[in-house]
Design a binder for this molecule. Structure first.
Ligand SMILES: Cc1ncc(COP(=O)(O)O)c(C=O)c1O
Length: 401
């Protein structure tokens, strides 16, 4: 099975993990800040916890504008911090928030905007800044956008994720960067005073998980592991009788649970340092794969191809098709795993729809949630051209029928 994603985790990471140094976290933060051209970088247990820490430490109350199409943990973190999400539709060109529509929902109550750099495409933060002015926080969601063009240049802070499917992988983990000293100090204060401290066995547990990475993401076993994870998540939802229709969902318990707020550990930082050495090259490879797909698939009428631009860091390569599940089933039978990021339109998710006056305003969000499907674009594929050819040939076979 060609998996849908695969961390570039090799012997360098294992050696770095085993030789992890006492000051690994500080070194990782400094190197990351340098890479993304930021003054400060602070590790967090996850991207969502970085976002939660920002909302809490900046004492943001009231309304926060976000795109309708993003990861569900974003509105969940907003609601869990007693703020109100205000949704804006997206563009189908780059799947990012429609900047012009921000004006129509912006009000005195708006305290922040959190644009997502979806799939690695740069959201137009400069224009958003012009619309909302200097007194409204802009927190950039770069969970999928390490080294996307201009990330961090016009926003107040940026959060990143090192979870599965991301360009940099430390088996969970996140980072917040900022150029603003005051924000940095407030965040550090929050991190020191409100995050749980590492238990002595955490480094060992994480080391074992990290050592298993190669096995989990092997072409043979990944399908099994990902199905097991999904089944386990479903089991927990069923056991707790959680339903999206339920207005009293315990969002903190679900999305900001202990899995996501264990301290970011030294062993993770050691792996992150190794990953940083190759990330520029990895992103170039992602871009090259995107170019190949666009070139070879351009004559297929039933597919909408994405923009190819070297401003994008291609956490995902996403095409739009009708009847996506059938296509996914066909590819799976051919030994190729493709997936949906994301398969929901947040304004249509019952829990969040009570924040929305008119769901019809979210046509593009809805379309993306129903038609988008991601092809494998992980960098190691670039060195296995026969696998890229296999993916392309099967797509052609399916759509030329
Ligand atoms: C766009 C987006 N925002 C936020 C997050 C949350 O990151 P994490 O899983 O590290 O909390 C993700 C992760 O999937 C994401 O894709």
């Amino acid at each position: 099975m060609i998996p849908r994603f695969k961390p570039n985790f090799n012997y360098e990471e294992i050696i770095s993990l085993i030789n992890n140094k006492k000051d690994a976290i500080k070194t990782f933060e400094e190197k990351f800040a340098y890479l993304v051209n930021s003054k400060y970088a602070i590790t967090f247990p996850s991207g969502r916890f970085g976002l939660y820490a920002l909302i809490k430490s900046l004492k943001i109350h009231d309304e926060i504008i976000i795109p309708g199409f993003t990861c569900i943990v974003v509105p969940a973190s907003i609601v869990a911090s007693n703020c109100k999400p205000v949704f804006v539709d997206i563009s189908l060109e780059n799947f990012n928030i429609r900047t012009n529509e921000i004006k129509s929902v912006f009000s005195e109550k708006t305290k922040a905007v959190i644009p997502t750099h979806m799939y690695g495409y740069p959201a137009d933060i400069k224009t958003i800044r012009n619309i909302v002015g200097e007194d409204t926080y802009i927190i950039e969601d770069a969970a999928q956008a390490i080294l996307t063009k201009d990330v961090g240049k016009f926003g107040d802070a940026v959060f990143y994720s090192f979870n599965f499917e991301k360009q940099l992988f430390t088996f969970g983990g996140g980072m917040v960067t900022t150029n603003n000293e005051e924000i940095y100090k407030k965040l550090m204060d929050f991190k020191i005073n409100f995050l749980p401290k590492t238990k002595s066995n955490n480094n060992l547990n994480k080391t074992i998980s990290l050592l298993y990475t190669k096995l989990i993401f092997s072409d043979i076993l990944f399908d099994f592991f990902s199905r097991t994870w999904d089944a386990n998540a479903l089991r927990i939802w069923r056991k707790n009788k959680w339903e999206f229709d339920n207005i009293d969902l315990p969002l903190k318990e679900i999305y900001l649970s202990s899995d996501f707020n264990n301290t970011f550990l030294r062993v993770q930082a050691a792996v992150g340092i190794s990953q940083l050495d190759k990330i520029k090259n990895d992103i170039k490879k992602r871009y090259e794969i995107a170019k190949i797909y666009n070139d070879k698939l351009k004559n297929l009428e039933s597919i909408n191809l994405p923009l190819v631009s070297d401003d994008c860091s291609y956490a995902h390569y996403t095409i739009m098709v009708n009847n996506r599940d059938k296509f996914e089933g066909f590819m799976r039978k051919k030994g190729i795993q493709i997936n949906k990021v994301f398969e929901y339109s947040i304004p249509h998710v019952p829990y969040f729809s009570h924040f929305v006056k008119d769901k019809d305003l979210f046509r593009n969000t809805y379309t993306a949630s129903k038609n988008n499907v991601n092809l494998p674009v992980y960098p190691q594929l670039f060195d296995k051209p026969h696998k890229i050819t296999k993916i392309i040939n099967n797509i052609k076979k399916y759509f030329e029928k």
